[in-house]
Design a protein around this ligand. Structure first.
Ligand SMILES: Cc1c2[nH]c(c1CCC(=O)O)Cc1[nH]c(c(CCC(=O)O)c1C)Cc1[nH]c(c(CCC(=O)O)c1C)Cc1[nH]c(c(C)c1CCC(=O)O)C2
Length: 383
């Protein structure tokens, strides 16, 4: 195994003393310099890890998300194994929707499946607001994790209204999102009512996580790339913006509109906004109120940075399939991404989407060490 002496030395000599708010990850999100480029992986906790498969062997997915001791253990597994710069809460985007009264399950190999798809005003009415008590297991797990993680930041997350609406309207995963778009175009009032409800559920879920101590949040709009920019702006952006604005503690500024005109003032915990196939939406997703925009592997980070503008950090963007290639290919891609990421005012290294279950976990560990080694910067003499 590679020993990352440079990265460790740089880390120890810098802002680590200060806890998660001064961690390389949070600093990069805030576009502040740090000892190295931070790295974590979407779906870092999951089927690529034998210790995850073992602990999940007899526990259904949703149940595992509702047992704080399991959530804590599964969340910590990739931190211990890989030395990533951030943990992400083990949960799922449909957990708060189930807590809001929607009858659904997560089926292995398929994903979320909804018993009665949402198609009418009555269906929308049945999605009720959630409070802390509906997701007390998340509150508990986050508090436990924050205590155990020490200086390593914990990322909270939720699904954005469009991606959640797609699961609810389709009844399960969909390639075309045809029923979802049919509702969106055919009955805009019902669409906005549905997304409005989902935005409130998402906002409440993220607030619980922030109150319990997460250091950043990621809003997953995984399937927003199915939309044109015009439709994204009209049907989706206002709802995601409502969620992201609701997380900003800075009451003076509205994250909507032309945020490029005013420098940002640390509005609460950093907000990451991510989707797949969003090359045409990157600017709009930033405008929705993100501090960091997640980029998939299709758009080089320097191009993404031009689209997103100079006042936001970027996260990404190694193709998860590259991790299945021989190491020299992985290494060359990591170098290219770090180089292109230098164009951004802040870069969090990640994949362009989640870790594939067939990934060799040792390759992930090597990527973490390589990112740290290649990006190590001399300690700031002022600190
Ligand atoms: C679209 C989406 C879902 N869930 C999520 C998204 C957005 C991210 C993305 O775009 O991938 C978010 C999610 N789901 C899970 C996490 C855990 C945290 C992490 O990133 O490590 C996160 C961040 C656990 C999970 N969520 C799920 C698993 C696999 C279930 C298992 O291990 O049996 C995990 C670890 C199930 C799930 N849940 C969902 C899908 C598509 C699947 C995969 C189905 C499958 O391939 O079996 C819905």
């Amino acid at each position: 195994m590679t020993t990352d002496t440079t990265g460790t030395a740089a880390r120890d000599g810098d802002a680590r003393r200060g806890g998660p708010a001064d961690s390389p990850f949070v600093r990069a999100c805030r576009r502040e310099p740090g000892p190295h480029t931070p790295v974590w992986f979407m779906r870092q906790a999951g089927r690529s890890l034998p210790e995850y498969r073992e602990i999940r062997a007899n526990v259904p997915m949703l149940e595992s998300c509702r047992r704080p001791e399991l959530v804590t253990e599964i969340t910590l597994q990739p931190v211990r194994r890989h030395g990533v710069d951030a943990a992400i809460l083990f949960s799922d985007i449909v957990v708060p929707v189930a807590a809001a009264g929607v009858d659904l399950d997560i089926v292995a190999g398929t994903g979320p499946v909804v018993a009665e798809p949402v198609r009418t005003a009555e269906d929308v009415e049945r999605i009720r607001p959630i409070s802390r008590d509906d997701v007390s297991y998340v509150d508990e797990a986050v508090r436990q994790l924050v205590a155990e993680l020490g200086a390593t930041p914990l990322i909270g997350f939720a699904g954005a209204p469009f991606t959640l609406a797609s699961y609810l309207v389709e009844g399960g995963p969909s390639r075309t999102h045809a029923k979802t778009k049919a509702l969106m175009y055919g009955d805009p009032d019902l669409w906005h009512a549905l997304c409005g409800r989902l935005a409130e559920v998402t906002l409440a879920f993220l607030r619980v996580q922030i109150d319990a101590g997460v250091s950043a949040v990621q809003l997953f709009d995984s399937w927003a790339g199915a939309l044109s920019e015009a439709d994204y702006r009209r049907y989706v952006l206002p709802h995601s913006a409502h969620v992201l604005a609701g997380l900003a503690d800075d009451r003076s500024g509205s994250p909507r509109g032309d945020s490029r005109a005013e420098p940002e003032r640390s509005p609460g915990v950093p907000r990451i906004h991510f989707g797949v196939g969003t090359a045409e939406l990157l600017g709009a997703m930033g405008e929705a109120g993100a501090d960091v925009v997640g980029v998939d592997w299709r758009t080089p980070l320097d191009v993404a940075t031009r689209r997103i503008g100079p006042d936001k950090a970027v996260q990404g963007n190694l193709d998860p399939c590259v991790l299945l290639a021989p190491w020299p290919v992985v290494e060359a891609e990591v170098r290219r991404i770090l180089d292109q990421g230098r164009a951004a005012p802040g870069h969090v290294f990640n994949l362009g989407h989640g870790v594939l279950p067939e990934t060799d976990p040792d390759v992930l560990t090597r990527v973490v060490a390589l990112v740290h080694e290649l990006s190590a910067r001399p300690a700031d003499p002022r600190s």
